[in-house]
Ligand binder design. Structure first.
Ligand SMILES: *[C@@H]1O[C@H](CO)[C@@H](O)[C@H](O)[C@H]1NC(C)=O
Ligand SMILES: *[C@@H]1O[C@H](CO)[C@@H](O)[C@H](O)[C@H]1NC(C)=O
Ligand SMILES: *[C@@H]1O[C@H](CO)[C@@H](O)[C@H](O)[C@H]1NC(C)=O
Ligand SMILES: *[C@@H]1O[C@H](CO)[C@@H](O)[C@H](O)[C@H]1NC(C)=O
Length: 950
């Protein structure tokens, strides 16, 4: 006999003080249940018992005391997550901090997020009670019954305002900085699929990055567990500002216990990460998913069966609500009450997960990283339920196989296919302070401006289920706003103020950046990359990158508005600058060498050469080819794949160096060079023509760096090897494999004063007598100070001046005067600092937190400064790094000085012997190298003897 007896609606209620009794007229005839059986079952499961009076039509059933609670719970299972109706008319935010003054922001240019990000409104915004109270043409305080004295008033002078920036993929607080061994709560290694873990349980409120990210306009982040597991756990949405309570919980937006619906967000991961950690194959991983989803499905089905009966008052032998705490979140996924975020890159993995969604009928909010989603739009559309968004990086790619086919054109291709695009940081992988920069780059490579801004505001808000309160500028929304100093899609856009829950994040002691000039207030007119985007799809991410044409004969660059070159003495000079649109210059090359340059008339005779190739730069510019230093550029193709890399040089402080290398070997990067890597070619196509790399190492001794051409196909090509030994490189710091810092200094002292025979003797003697540059990679001001002392000690002993350069130098600004005094230059790597380790923690963050940046401060002290990168993929962004450094110095760095940061200064600091006449030049169309409006169209490469055209 079935346990699911149908119950009719004719229920009478009687009651006693403790129990609710129900007298029920049975609607059908059944055979009587043996009393003892029902009783025992009920006692076991309901904690109460049931009387049956089986007279054929009438019986008494004892039902659970908490019947209403059970029924409410059952009803609630069906509800789709949504804020309660009264939320929409709230007059004060649950996050409002009493005492916060109202602010009237006047005369702003407001990007609202409405109409797919196309709406821009000029007007005033009144924020109060943590909310956007009034937003309109002109806000009259009197009609809002506000006392003018209790309202702060900001006149933005027409400046841009956007909603606070929203990061859909962050590990803020769970992978906090500076990185210490007591932190690192992003990943559990205790199981392959653990939907029960919660990122909030590891959220460190002491992460140095919160305030830095706020300084970039970030106000809200989804804090995900790491991706070491198939299911890493539940993610939480936080606002970054400090709270009065100072607790992790108080940072959470809408914690689950106040909203009865969903707000757990699960992180699933497919592909390489869980494989690596668990030694699984993809097949094992997907089985682990199916197994746990099947378990959740069973729980869900038994809950549904339970609820069907409970809601029909069929309590007979029903038992307790079936649940298991560990699977609660996953059951809610199957109920459509949980947003699922999936870390997934490659087509094979995307396909696996799409199949999983259809097998178990749940939908996905976004695929994260998603480096191949642009190649499989139709596959994405097959996912169960809503089509997932792709949450991606702009140009960070090729760091593992899964990301090898990643494309800078992915955002626009996804958008062309009608798929939602989110730009994300994966903080601290990318510093989320610069999340907006990801959107700017996506825009540069073709994502429409409305979607670019939406990709870091309204779309991520929607994908995290928070678009009812953040991600838009609308009346009644949270007062999370950013006032920018320029158009938000202009390079270097910096907040003048950030409001979170109506609270200004920079206090009155702070001097905000002023509004940038008019030219920065407009949307950059980005180049046409249609052909490149088409090719990305055609070649499935691996389109050929070598130059389209290499011309030995005459090439004429016409309509040049500015010519900047290297000059003798290691400086960059402006040769001409058109003063009006009508004026234009011309530059003529033969065999890759400039033979004429000047105003149109000066070289017009070449225009009649019939076989000359003419390149119309349309008002563009010619600038020095840039140099990239600091990463493994030219020594690796895919960071995570050992078979694609040179590998690691032996570390004499760690273990015995193989005797075949002799005493004191110094490894030469030149011997491990790889050419035609995608990183190198992409750099070349972005105006970086020279790479300098030192051997990879895991502490202390690196070896001899090499300078090489990024546009060369192999080492034996003319111009490929530019300088086979550049400088001697060592690192001093808390490397795991190199003993103490003081041991490393002792070893360096010995190498300088009394080197062992062999290579070390040869090269360090050159260093000791000032004929070879020594580059020491060091971050901490204490180490740098010790190095300055050591330099003096050696100089006192030898009577010669050492050429010393500090690379890294996160804390170098603390010793700006001392470095200048010792004539020691600094290569800042990266160019915008981040305190990811203890030795790097005392950064000078730059605007808007401090007026000076480390670069501008060092330059002001007359320290020679170069800029570097940490990972090869970012070589291509050097031109923007340079421009950014200049923008952060508010006009104190000229264009030529900016270009020098990544050309002549670097060459000097790395001991390169450069003849300006044999140095590369870069031609850009429509504008110069330093902004989002230009496109690199050619490299004038005298060492190669050609002009490369793209
Ligand atoms: C959430 O639960 C509360 C209290 O039980 C109830 O008042 C509210 O209406 C519920 N909201 C939703 C969206 O179900
Ligand atoms: C708003 O700012 C613009 C730009 O500074 C200015 O021209 C205009 O007069 C201002 N309008 C009002 C109403 O203040
Ligand atoms: C320079 O630009 C003008 C205006 O766009 C164009 O007409 C002319 O052909 C260009 N000159 C060359 C040599 O391409
Ligand atoms: C830097 O050099 C310039 C020009 O040589 C000089 O005028 C200035 O005083 C120097 N600044 C410092 C801080 O030494």
């Amino acid at each position: 006999m079935s346990m699911t007896t149908k119950v009719g609606a004719d229920v009478e209620r009687t009651g006693t003080s403790n129990d609710i009794w129900m007298v029920r007229r049975s609607t059908r005839r059944h055979r009587p249940w043996p009393l003892f059986f029902i009783g025992v079952l009920a006692i076991l499961t309901l904690g109460t018992y049931v009387h049956l009076t089986h007279s054929g039509t009438r019986r008494v059933v004892k039902i659970p005391k908490d019947e209403e609670v059970i029924k409410a719970r059952c009803e609630n299972l069906k509800s789709i997550p949504d804020p309660p109706p009264e939320f929409r008319s709230r007059s004060s935010s649950d996050r409002f901090v009493p005492g916060t003054r109202a602010t009237l922001i006047k005369n702003a240019t407001v990007w609202t997020g409405n109409n797919a990000g196309k709406e821009v409104v000029k007007g005033d915004i009144l924020i109060d009670q943590g909310l956007i109270k009034v937003f309109g043409d002109k806000v009259d305080l009197k009609s809002e019954s506000l006392n003018e004295l209790s309202v702060d008033i900001i006149d933005t002078e027409g400046g841009w305002i956007t909603p606070g920036i929203v990061d859909l993929h962050s590990h803020l607080g769970v992978m906090s900085v500076p990185k210490l061994s007591g932190a690192g709560d992003g990943n559990s290694r205790k199981g392959i699929a653990q939907p029960w873990l919660r990122s909030i349980d590891g959220l460190n409120t002491r992460d140095d990055a919160y305030k830095l990210s706020i300084a970039g306009g970030l106000t809200t982040a989804l804090v995900l567990p790491g991706s070491a597991n198939d299911i890493g756990g539940q993610a939480f949405v936080i606002k970054l500002r400090p709270t009065k309570e100072r607790s992790p919980t108080s940072m959470v937006v809408e914690p689950p216990f106040t909203l009865n619906s969903t707000d757990q967000i699960d992180l699933h991961a497919c592909g390489e990460n869980p494989r690596r950690v668990y030694g699984n194959s993809r097949m094992d991983n997907i089985w682990a998913f199916r197994e746990i989803y099947d378990k959740a499905r069973q729980i869900k089905e038994s809950q549904d069966a339970f609820c069907t009966r409970a809601l029909e008052d069929d309590w007979e032998g029903l038992g307790a609500f079936p649940e298991e705490l560990q699977y609660e979140a996953l059951v809610d996924v199957l109920r459509g009450r949980v947003k699922v975020q999936v870390h997934c890159y490659e087509t094979v993995d995307l396909d696996d997960i799409v199949r999983l969604t259809n097998e178990f009928k749940f939908s996905i909010a976004a695929f994260h990283h998603a480096h191949e989603t642009y190649l499989v739009p139709d596959l994405l559309k097959k996912a169960y339920g809503d089509t997932p968004a792709s949450a991606i990086f702009a140009t960070n790619a090729r760091y593992k196989r899964e990301s090898y086919r990643g494309s800078e054109f992915a955002p626009r291709i996804l958008a062309d296919n009608g798929l939602p695009v989110v730009m994300k940081s994966d903080h601290p992988v990318l510093n989320s302070r610069y999340l907006l920069y990801e959107a700017q780059q996506a825009h540069y490579y073709g994502l429409p401006d409305n979607l670019a801004l939406a990709s870091v505001t309204s779309v991520p808000a929607e994908m995290m289920g928070m678009d009812h309160r953040i991600g838009f500028i609308r009346t009644g929304y949270d007062a999370d706003l950013v006032l920018w100093d320029s158009h938000p899609l202009a390079l270097g856009a910096t907040p003048r103020q950030v409001f979170i829950d109506g609270i200004p994040q920079f206090d009155s002691a702070y001097e905000p950046p002023t509004l940038k000039p008019e030219a920065f207030q407009n949307l950059p007119e980005t180049p046409d990359f249609d052909k490149e985007a088409e090719d990305a799809v055609k070649y499935e991410g691996l389109q050929p990158l070598e130059p389209e044409k290499s011309v030995v004969g005459t090439v004429i660059f016409a309509n040049v508005s500015s010519l900047t070159t290297r000059a003798s003495g290691g400086i960059v000079v402006n040769v001409f600058e058109a003063s009006s649109d009508a004026e234009s210059g011309i530059l003529v090359t033969r065999a890759g060498k400039v033979v004429c340059a000047g105003m149109q008339e000066a070289c017009s005779r070449f225009l009649s050469e019939s076989d000359a190739v003419i390149v119309d730069l349309k008002g563009g510019a010619i600038a020095p080819g840039l140099v990239s230093f600091g990463s493994n550029l030219g020594l690796e193709e895919i960071q995570g794949e050992v078979s694609t890399k040179d590998g690691v040089a032996p570390n004499p402080l760690d273990k015995d160096v193989p005797s075949i290398l002799g005493e004191g070997p110094l490894i030469r990067a030149a011997d491990g060079l790889q050419f035609a890597t995608r990183h190198a070619y992409l750099g070349y196509r972005a105006g970086v023509t020279l790479g300098v790399s030192s051997p990879s190492h895991n502490g202390f001794l690196s070896g001899l760096s090499v300078a090489f051409g990024l546009g060369s196909a192999h080492k034996l090509e003319a111009g490929a090897l530019v300088q086979d030994v550049a400088a001697v490189h060592v690192s001093i710091g808390h490397a795991v494999a190199s003993g103490s810092v003081s041991t490393q200094i002792a070893a360096l002292r010995r190498l300088l004063l009394d080197p062992p025979s062999g290579d070390a003797e040869k090269w360090f003697e050159e260093v000791a007598v000032g004929q070879r540059t020594l580059v020491v990679h060091a971050e901490s001001a204490d180490v740098i100070a010790t190095l300055l002392q050591l330099k003096k000690e050696v100089e006192d002993s030898t009577g010669e001046i050492i050429q010393l350069t500090i690379a890294g130098g996160s804390e170098a600004h603390l010793l700006a005067a001392e470095l200048a005094e010792a004539d020691v230059g600094v290569i800042t790597v990266p160019s915008r600092p981040f305190p990811d380790t203890w030795e790097r923690r005392r950064i000078l963050p730059g605007p808007p937190i401090t007026k000076d940046s480390a670069i501008s401060l060092l330059l002001a002290h007359n320290v020679t400064v170069g800029i570097g990168i940490e990972e090869p993929w970012s070589a291509r962004n050097t031109r923007f790094d340079v421009a950014w450094a200049a923008l952060e110095a508010s006009g104190e760095i000229s264009k030529t000085q900016a270009l020098a940061l990544a050309s002549t200064n670097l060459e000097k600091l790395l001991g390169l012997d450069v003849d300006p006449e044999w140095s590369d030049l870069v031609a850009t169309e429509r504008s110069d190298l330093l902004d989002f409006e230009s496109k690199v169209v050619g490299v004038i490469a005298p060492r190669k003897g050609v002009v490369d055209l793209f």
